[in-house]
Design a protein around this ligand. Sequence first.
Ligand SMILES: *Cc1c(COP(=O)(O)O)cnc(C)c1O
Length: 383
Amino acid sequence: MTNPTHTNLPIRADVQAMRAYAVADATGCIKLDAMENPHPLPPNLQTQLGQRLGQAAINRYPHQQTEQLKKALAAHNQLPADYGVVLGNGSDELITLLATAVLTTAPAMQAAQQHGNTIQPAAILAPQPSFVMYQLAAQFLGLEFVGVPLDANFQLDVAAMLAAIAQHKPALVFLAYPNNPTGTLWQADAMRQIIATVKQHGGIAVVDEAYQPFSPVTWLDTLKAQPHDNAHVVVMRTMSKLGLAGARLGYLFASAYLANQIDKVRPPYNISVLNAECALFALEHHAQFSTQADHICQERSRLEAELRQIAQLQLYPSSANMLLVRCLDTANSADKIHANMRKNGVLVKNVSTMHPMLHNCLRLTVGTSEENTAMLAALKASL
Ligand SMILES: *Cc1c(COP(=O)(O)O)cnc(C)c1O
């Protein structure tokens, strides 16, 4: 949106031309559009957390709590001793920090040239469709973005990925594992080949495990079993989908050396005392959140069985807390179904225009049993 009175402000043209990240108004709706955990904290835990937060030293800059949280995350995940943790204000921030850490600036390129070296501008590569923030982070910092289309089943096109990595030698390759918005879990062998090729070309592979609570596997196990092959791998996580989307806490695991480099570009106090206390509390009560995640996985199976019965929809397999469906009846587009569902009080995500391969697709977050039943009814009524 251009404002005629402000067009001479020194804001980048691409920023002025872009649209702000849209958050749909969910007032009065069952909210199944953003992969949030539908279960609120039980009242007894609300009281306990309230007391904890009330006692937090909000007059002090955060340090002790964030250090404690890093230790707790390492212990919870049995992180190898030579690995480090970096905390982000959501993993969205970590994506930007990673991009910042690899950014090749014009002065650095000139300095290299004076010494007879040429360095390439850094690129970010990811399969597409995938999480939009990889491309946005590249755009914001002026890095080249290479998107490699998934195959027709939303699986990795391994040959195309390997060729693109060899051609562009990306500094960062993002692999959302499982993927958003498709829910796909990449095959381990495809991951291995891609990660090996990234290593061969001197890049960093980022395995983004935002949906790890709902996935049968984590790349962290592979990393621990084969540390040498995975020394250039970063495993990124978030507490958002587990149930702390409002508290903003992302983290990544990387070799101590790599974690240190990323930590240098982190704003010093990016995690508030309150975020850190919430995250520590969630780790202490992890069993509670795990049980909720298990319940969501059971509900995902039920929804899958029901959605498969609907002839007008194509369902894609998912290892996350969401299901991607394609509306096959062209007369009844995803746009129409989305609008009708909303009229019936259920908000899902219309991802149709996010990527050409997502044409006529809706992304359904798995909610509570009652919410899912209402969602199915609204969906069927909208077809
Ligand atoms: C939701 C999501 C994130 C970011 O979550 P935060 O709330 O910023 O921690 C990162 N990666 C993927 C693939 C996601 O879907």
